[in-house]
Write a protein that binds this ligand. Structure first.
Ligand SMILES: CC(=O)N[C@H](C=O)[C@@H](O)[C@H](O)[C@H](O)COP(=O)(O)O
Length: 244
């Protein structure tokens, strides 16, 4: 990305400004898992708040409604859909935005990547603002982030780095600290999100210039956490077998 002059920060409501440098916990059960129940999502959300989360990222209108009623911190609402004619999954429709706002989300996140999509980034941003909410643009690249920031989205998430065709080479890698740093350096308000697994990585994201940090799987997806440990044991066992 060619260097560009720092861009002015878009205004942020006071209730969100005070949460700068805080931890957002994404409480998203894997679809169909034993944890995929609204009462469990609410319990995870409450436990995350008790642990110090300043905001929660919640998927699905019913889950957003239940969590927003149960906690005092802001909810970042999303809806995930698997569409036939677009790779965009996160909050693809204007109607999704309106439903999330009605359910109590104060921040609404949506896919802001440059891909074939049912609703433009601008239309989604307009709908978020018309509902009186804060717009979080889930991005994969510098170009996505800069475009969303220029459109007036208040938060730029690195959520989709590693999850698009263009960035697939980054999947399985560390968090995309480079993307956080480059976008923050040119003046974007960045939320680091995606593949943050440890407190040290969360701290590194802040040092890279992030406004806030979102952690999901490493806190709320027992299946993933268990797999990480189980695979580590299998690898250690296999290594020991080779050495024996
Ligand atoms: C790519 C995509 O669809 N990400 C989703 C966005 O809401 C969630 O599945 C992630 O859990 C979330 O972004 C947090 O990331 P991590 O679970 O790596 O901490």
């Amino acid at each position: 990305m060619s260097p560009s002059p720092a861009m002015p920060l878009s205004p942020l409501p006071q209730w969100l400004a005070v949460q700068q440098h805080g931890l957002v916990v994404s409480c998203q059960s894997l679809p169909g898992s034993a944890m995929d129940r609204t009462d469990i999502v609410v319990a995870m959300a409450q436990a995350a708040v008790d642990g110090g989360a300043v905001a929660l990222r919640i998927e699905g209108v019913a889950n957003v409604r239940a969590v927003a009623a149960a906690v005092r911190v802001p909810v970042i609402g999303i809806v995930k859909r698997d569409l036939q004619d677009s790779p965009v999954r996160i909050t693809p429709f204007v109607q999704d935005v309106q439903d999330l706002a009605a359910a109590g989300a104060r921040i609404i996140a949506f896919d802001a990547t440059h891909r074939v999509r049912p609703a433009s980034v601008q239309a989604l941003r307009d709908a978020v603002h018309a509902a009186g909410c804060v717009a979080m643009a889930d991005c994969a690249t510098d170009a996505d982030g800069l475009a969303a920031w220029a459109l007036g989205c208040e938060l730029i998430g690195t959520t989709l780095s590693g999850y698009t065709e263009e960035t697939a080479h980054l999947s399985g890698e560390d968090p995309d600290f480079g993307l956080v740093e480059r976008l923050a350096r040119v003046g974007c308000r960045v939320v680091a999100e995606g593949r943050l697994r440890t407190p040290a990585q969360a701290a590194q994201a802040l040092r890279s210039g992030a406004f806030g940090v979102t952690v999901g799987s490493a806190i709320t997806r027992i299946e993933h956490i268990t797999e990480w440990f189980a695979h580590a044991l299998q690898r250690a066992h296999a290594d020991a077998g080779v050495q024996a």
